[in-house]
Design a protein around this ligand. Structure first.
Ligand SMILES: Cc1cc2nc3c(=O)[nH]c(=O)nc-3n(C[C@H](O)[C@H](O)[C@H](O)COP(=O)(O)O)c2cc1C
Length: 247
């Protein structure tokens, strides 16, 4: 064995039969029930803006969500994501006020018809959700030794987005609603959360138990936008190549 390399047996592969796997054999998939649960969490995850219950998350549930987020993939194993859990009602209100201000500015950019429709949307649950979690990215962290970031430095922030998605899916499995709010001036969030320059705010999440999960996206129900068909989004071999529906 070359010095510094680890044998496959010592690498800690997991899964039924992994230790005995013959070269070229397939790793075992999850059982049918386990797979169904994963796909269910993906299909039934919703962005939640309404119906938050006032009960705060117990520490063990919060801990599981943070662990799920912390296990996400990250460029070069950089793990640049830092989490700020906000429970204080006064801080939540200040964040809500920052949202209100940005929301007025956002609506001003639309024509009359769209602006009216925009005004009918509920785009946050900041006051209702008993806790928020802000995911920030330490973009300049030396962790990972720059692997994967030399050509695409933005992958640090992408890694934090992966953490947010892990948290979102784990929350659905726990029966916990998550709503992502991005309608902020970053400088306003920086000031409220006292973020140093080295930290970039990436995801601001409203988190809490909910009375129910909607079947589909709120934005569909309120006539703002509709989910695209997968066939419209997939091409083969190159951008100009055929799509599944032959176009
Ligand atoms: C990066 C990002 C930012 C978002 N910002 C907001 C937001 O500010 N307000 C809001 O109501 N929803 C926000 N959403 C939620 C999307 O509107 C929602 O994911 C989309 O409509 C699909 O609905 P679903 O998540 O329930 O499937 C955001 C989602 C993402 C991924």
């Amino acid at each position: 064995m070359v010095a510094g390399l680890v044998s496959e047996e010592a690498q800690g592969f997991v899964g039924a039969g992994a230790a005995k796997a013959k070269p070229g054999s397939k790793a075992a998939p999850f059982s049918d029930g386990e797979r169904a649960a994963v796909y269910r969490a993906i299909a039934e995850r919703r962005d939640v803006r309404r119906g938050f219950l006032p009960e705060p998350l117990p520490d063990d549930v919060l801990d599981r969500l943070l662990h799920a987020a912390h296990q996400s993939p990250s460029v070069g194993l950089m793990q640049p994501t830092r989490f700020i859990v906000v429970r204080d009602a006064q801080v939540r209100r200040r964040v809500y006020e920052a949202f209100l201000q940005a929301n007025v500015a956002a609506s001003a950019g639309y024509d009359d018809v769209r602006r009216e429709r925009y005004a009918g949307l509920k785009l946050d649950g900041l006051l209702e959700a008993p806790q928020h979690i802000c995911l920030v990215c330490e973009t300049g962290s030396a962790r990972g030794h720059g692997l994967g970031r030399q050509t695409m430095p933005e992958t640090a922030v992408y890694s934090t987005v992966c953490a947010a998605q892990n948290l979102w899916l784990a929350a659905r499995a726990e029966g916990v609603g998550v709503g992502w709010v991005s309608i902020f001036e970053p400088a306003a969030l920086r000031a409220i959360l006292e973020l140093p320059e080295a930290l970039t705010p990436v995801a601001y999440l409203c988190v809490g138990y909910v009375d129910r999960f909607a079947e589909g996206p709120d934005l569909e129900r309120f006539g703002w936008e509709w989910r695209a068909k997968l066939t419209e989004c997939v091409r083969y071999e190159r951008w100009g190549g055929a799509s599944e529906d032959g176009h």
